[in-house]
Write a protein that binds this ligand. Structure first.
Ligand SMILES: *Cc1c(COP(=O)(O)O)cnc(C)c1O
Length: 358
């Protein structure tokens, strides 16, 4: 049985959240003298002298329309990274509770656990980059509060099998967090539509990838209204600044343009994967549902350094479990991808030349 009340930390249950000026008065007034703002204005746009809406009501309504989830099921964070941290702070007692992660995966689940002094239990993915359900089951105990699933997964790029995720959702009595940062590049359906079926589900998405707004820092968590209320209690009152709220509202009017970019990136990803597959020195290109490719090469460190010398920076993942020999390469523009492939070919030919000379 899933019982949210049992998962919430005692201090958070008892917490009286900060009540801001904007909480205590929500109507319309002509003269605002309640928040010690600068009444004369600001050097920038007029309304930036005012504190932003702590509940981001307009922005959530706009997101609700695009995502098909009611506003009461939406939490907004200063990037997904803030959502991750708030989940730890709301549910995990430092030095006592534990969480499960499935490496290789996104590094922030681990960093945030360490910051919050929460024990990490690892159930590495299987060789096919899917969940090891048997291993996961052996790790769960009464203090296991969160289970992190990243799908499509970073850095492997694949989606996690839907039936496996459902198995976890149906059997784990803690909170299952599905990080869907790359969902827009995937053929898989989002779990946002399944929220009503799973009271233990949190789905995270972000404006940093498909929306092209990594600089704004805006992450989304979708969950039951009860879980959303807990996160709202713990978050800093003004965690989403006014500039981000304004610009995200504008971006949400351009869904068509974003969908075009997604299509183009997916096409380039699939084309680039085919090109890499045929290159000598490349051992494997793993199937990707994301906006990057995981590529296994003969000499990852040499290749990384060579590319860097040409001004191209990729991510060396060769020291990461199950990713031996691998580079993680983000899909660039058409021109950037060409420059990358040319540099790759140069690296391999130069190496062959020097081998022949030896
Ligand atoms: C990039 C990424 C994010 C995004 O984090 P933000 O803080 O929203 O920029 C989240 N999860 C994964 C797995 C990522 O790769």
């Amino acid at each position: 049985m899933f019982e949210l009340e049992k998962l919430i930390r005692e201090n958070i249950k008892k917490l009286v959240p900060y009540s801001s000026a904007r909480d205590e008065f929500t109507g319309q007034a002509n003269v605002y003298l309640d928040a010690n703002e600068n009444s004369l204005g600001s050097p920038l746009v007029k309304w930036y002298n005012r504190y932003p809406d702590p509940h981001q009501t307009q922005l959530k309504d706009a997101i609700s329309r695009v995502k098909g989830a009611p506003a009461e099921r939406i939490f907004l964070g200063n990037g997904s990274d803030e959502c991750i941290d708030l989940l730890y702070r709301s549910f995990c007692n430092p030095g006592k509770d534990n969480v499960i992660i499935c490496p290789p995966t996104y590094g922030m689940y681990e960093v945030s656990a360490n910051i919050n002094d929460v024990e990490i239990r690892r159930a590495p993915l299987l060789d096919n980059f899917q969940l090891d359900l048997v291993h996961i089951e052996t790790l769960v105990d009464a203090n296991t509060k969160l289970l992190w699933i990243c799908s499509p997964n970073n850095p492997t790029g694949n989606s996690i099998e839907r039936e496996d995720i459902e198995m976890v959702l149906n059997n784990f009595n803690g909170i299952v967090v599905i990080d869907e940062a790359y969902i827009n590049f995937s053929r898989q359906k989002s779990f946002v539509q399944e929220l009503a079926d799973y009271p233990n589900l949190v789905v995270m998405q972000t404006f940093s990838k498909a929306w092209g707004l990594a600089g704004l820092r805006l992450g989304m968590a979708f969950a039951s209204p009860e879980i959303i209320n807990v996160l709202n209690k713990v978050k800093p009152p003004y965690n989403i600044n006014q500039a981000t709220q304004d610009l995200a509202m504008k971006a949400l009017e351009e869904v068509g343009q974003v969908n075009d970019m997604i299509k183009e990136l997916v096409q380039m990803r699939d084309a680039l994967a085919e090109v890499f597959q045929k290159l000598p020195g490349v051992q494997a290109v793993y199937p990707s549902d994301a906006n990057f490719l995981l590529v296994k090469v003969d000499e990852p460190k040499e290749m990384y350094t060579y590319l860097l010398g040409k001004g191209i920076v990729v991510r060396d993942r060769s020291n990461v479990i199950l990713c031996e020999g691998c580079l993680r390469i983000t899909i660039g523009t058409e021109q950037e991808n060409t420059v990358l492939v040319d540099a790759f070919i140069d690296a391999i030919t130069e190496k062959q030349v020097s081998l022949n000379q030896n």
